[in-house]
Write a protein that binds this ligand. Structure first.
Ligand SMILES: *Cc1c(COP(=O)(O)O)cnc(C)c1O
Length: 229
């Protein structure tokens, strides 16, 4: 077994253990393997081990990997900050975008989504930790944005995503995830048909699953430490 394959099995075991511990229905927490900064060969190795969904943060890098691998059995998720001038590449090559935080970007993605592709699957990124982080819609503006984005013709609004400020303390990890879940439930009450809570990374998978994550985004625990240069 390769390291990537062994790491994948370990992460899937963590997901299953946490899902059982919190009474989650088996199979309702999906794994997104975050391959940013790693070469296409790493993605191929994870795919051999059975992984199908991959996350990328940078449009150009993601596009290069998607083209190099040229596989129709993989699902590509764009999870990084999205500038208006990069929306076309993302709308054309990716299946999902988790990081929509303003209407203008959503509108462009919808306009630029090829008619021959299924609608782009979208999550709104919410700034649940406030202050310092510049990405994400403010919680108080999220419902209005969701209503607007849900109307766009080439977009399927699926749910919410957050990247809380990192902390090692488990209770501290759960708090912002809980805020995202309550916002999600409020949107369901308002009649929005959402099914995806994208939250949890290598260090806080368990806290996110405890608070209802349906998809965890994991890079380091699968592929190793990224170069922080
Ligand atoms: C890099 C990244 C991840 C993965 O983080 P790890 O700590 O390496 O698991 C998840 N989500 C987003 C948005 C990221 O940028």
């Amino acid at each position: 077994m390769t390291t990537i394959s062994a790491n994948l099995q370990a992460v899937l075991a963590r997901i299953e253990t946490a899902a059982n511990a919190w009474g989650r229905i088996p199979g309702t927490v999906a794994l997104l393997a975050v391959s940013k900064t790693w070469p296409a060969s790493f993605v191929r190795e994870a795919a051999v081990a059975g992984q199908r969904a991959f996350g990328e943060n940078y449009a150009r890098e993601g596009l290069d990997k998607i083209r190099e691998l040229a596989r129709t059995d993989l699902e590509w998720h764009f999870i990084g900050p999205l500038q208006s001038n990069k929306t076309r590449q993302v709308a054309e090559a990716f299946d999902w975008v988790h990081s929509v935080d303003r209407f203008r970007v959503a509108e462009r993605l919808s306009e630029q989504r090829p008619r021959t592709s299924p609608p782009l699957q979208v999550c709104l990124q919410v700034n649940v930790s406030g202050e310092d982080s510049k990405s994400g819609v403010a919680p108080r503006d999220a419902l209005a944005l969701a209503r607007q984005v849900a109307q766009l013709p080439r977009i399927a609004l699926r749910g919410l995503m957050a990247i809380p400020a990192p902390t090692a303390d488990p209770a501290g990890q759960r708090e912002p995830f809980g805020r995202l879940r309550r916002l999600f439930e409020q949107m369901l009450d308002e009649g929005l048909a959402l099914d995806t809570l994208s939250m949890g990374m290598s260090n806080d998978i368990e806290a996110a699953i405890a608070e209802g994550a349906t998809l965890v985004r994991v890079g380091t625990a699968i592929f190793g430490e990224r170069n922080r240069s």
